[in-house]
Design a protein around this ligand. Structure first.
Ligand SMILES: [Zn+2]
Length: 81
């Protein structure tokens, strides 16, 4: 009786445990490294803080460049003409 009682919770535990053991793996958008999609991966989908900051920095500078480009029209040239 005791053995039968013990096997039931054990089985469900194994089921959830196996799904937890094989998390979804995503590729870091920055360097392509495999990143397990789990709570511990704080920088997902990036593999590390370095990759995350690097990507955000590139994004920000790219946006800034576009904004600066729009703010810097050919007014200078037009004034010269
Ligand atoms: Zn990375």
């Amino acid at each position: 009786m005791a053995a039968e009682r013990d096997s039931s919770p054990r089985r469900s535990e194994a089921l959830t445990g196996s799904s937890k053991k094989s998390p979804r793996i995503v590729a870091c958008p920055r360097c392509g490294a495999s990143v397990p999609w789990v709570e511990e991966s704080r920088f997902r989908p990036f593999c590390s803080a370095h990759c995350k900051r690097d990507d955000l920095g590139a994004w920000a500078s790219d946006q800034y460049r576009i904004a600066a480009k729009e703010e810097e029209p050919f007014s200078d040239e037009a004034e010269f003409k």
